[in-house]
Design a protein around this ligand. Structure first.
Ligand code: KIV
Ligand code: ZN
Length: 387
């Protein structure tokens, strides 16, 4: 029996916090509908108290999303929770996400408080949120740097107060995978009433470990993962949805599954990137333009013979274009023959040798040779051949 991993998407909240990524309510609704279509389980639609625009977005999404849970973020502040409940009141499946910092750094510098003070606020916030909705997720901000024993105490108290999900954010992207995994295991084994709640990961990418940490969380008992499309989010970003989905599908499919329709991943990535004017890095796993592009001669030769030599994922399974054989100064004869055939020239060996010499000369001057360049070069060399 496989365990389902719930996908909690926070592109519209944590992702949208990125400077320059602000969306209006109708843009957010378009993305929310696509996220539902993609198969996410929870959409964090915004932080309603933060601005009238965010309130409007959460309200609009709540009215229009029928299957997926719609979640609104709050601090452990009564007004935040009241406003979130109001914004979510039309949601078929509303969730309030409330919480407070639990690390010594947050307790001392953010709240000028004590462990007892923070614990009390956490419990009160969960109880207050429960007076509006059944589904209440609690986040222990900076859990990554929180002492495990105190974290378990806070988690036990909020579960007793009615929290249905325990979010354990590595807010600063501080943990190493084994540390984060051990933290989740510790909570799984030490939080009282843990069977009444789901443990959730929320890992930031400050050290490039967000996805690795999230996977360590899953392997140690987390059954919800908080992610964003393209891994966007505060500073270095969040865990990328597309990475988690494909790791679960390709490497952990014997034990876990998600409901993500992976063929939609590249379309969603483009939609989010274009709506937010946030380009995706070319070498981004799964959705970068180079994710299935091969440019060195050795790799190209292998891929032309069989894509399995250098690809672990079928590009079609994530909605990407077919594997690309790029023509650069590092390309070999096999790639040139392959691309020449694509533009209509089936070259004999001696023709290929002639063409290769000219091609390398051109490729040394130009970064990449496109179809047009190649057509011009071949036409010049072999005018009698009709492409
Ligand atoms: O990174 C974080 O701790 C958060 C919480 C508000 C959930 O985004
Ligand atoms: Zn976050």
């Amino acid at each position: 029996m496989k365990d389902k991993i719930q996908i909690f998407d926070t592109t519209l909240r944590d992702g949208e916090q990125v400077p320059g990524c602000k969306l209006n309510a109708s843009q957010k609704l378009i993305i929310a509908k696509e996220l539902e279509n993609l198969g996410v389980d929870i959409i964090e639609a915004g932080f309603p108290v933060s601005s009238p625009g965010d309130f409007e977005s959460v309200e609009l999404i709540s009215k229009n999303i029928k299957e997926t849970i719609v979640c609104g973020l709050t601090r452990s502040v009564e007004k935040d929770i009241r406003v979130a409940a109001e914004a979510l009141k039309h949601a078929v499946r509303p969730r309030i996400h409330t919480g407070i910092g639990t690390s010594e750094t947050h307790i001392k510098y953010k709240f000028n408080s004590t462990r007892e003070g923070v614990l009390e606020r956490a419990v009160n916030a969960v109880k207050y949120a429960k007076s509006f909705v059944h589904d209440v997720e609690f986040y222990a901000e900076d859990a990554g740097r929180t002492d495990n024993e105190f974290l378990a105490k806070v988690c036990s108290a909020v579960v007793a107060a009615g929290a249905t999900v325990l979010n354990i954010p590595d807010t600063t992207g501080y943990c190493l995978p084994h540390e984060y995994g051990e933290k989740i295991k510790y909570l799984y084994e030490n939080v009282e009433g843990i069977h009444k709640a789901v443990l959730s990961t929320h890992c930031h990418n400050d050290l490039g470990l967000a996805t690795a940490n999230s996977m360590a969380g899953i392997l140690n008992g987390a059954r919800q993962v908080e992610v964003t499309i393209n891994g966007i989010g505060e500073r270095a970003g969040n865990t990328a949805l597309e990475e988690v989905a494909m790791i679960v599908q390709h490497r952990m499919g014997d034990r876990f599954y998600t409901d993500i329709q992976s063929k939609e991943l590249n379309r969603l990535s483009k939609l989010v990137s274009e709506s937010m004017s946030m380009p995706v890095q070319a070498n981004k796993a799964i959705v970068g333009v180079n994710a299935f592009a091969h440019s060195s001669g050795i790799h190209q030769d292998g891929v032309i013979k069989n894509t399995l030599t250098y690809e672990i994922i079928d590009p079609a399974s994530v909605g990407a274009e077919k594997s690309l054989i790029l023509l650069t100064a590092r390309s070999g004869r096999a790639a040139l023959a392959f691309r020449a055939k694509e533009v209509g020239y089936n070259l004999y060996k001696d023709q290929l040798d002639i063409a290769y010499e000219k091609f390398i000369d051109l490729a040394d001057r130009k970064k990449e040779i496109n179809d047009e360049d190649l057509g011009t070069l071949l036409k010049g060399l072999f005018p009698a051949m009709i492409a």
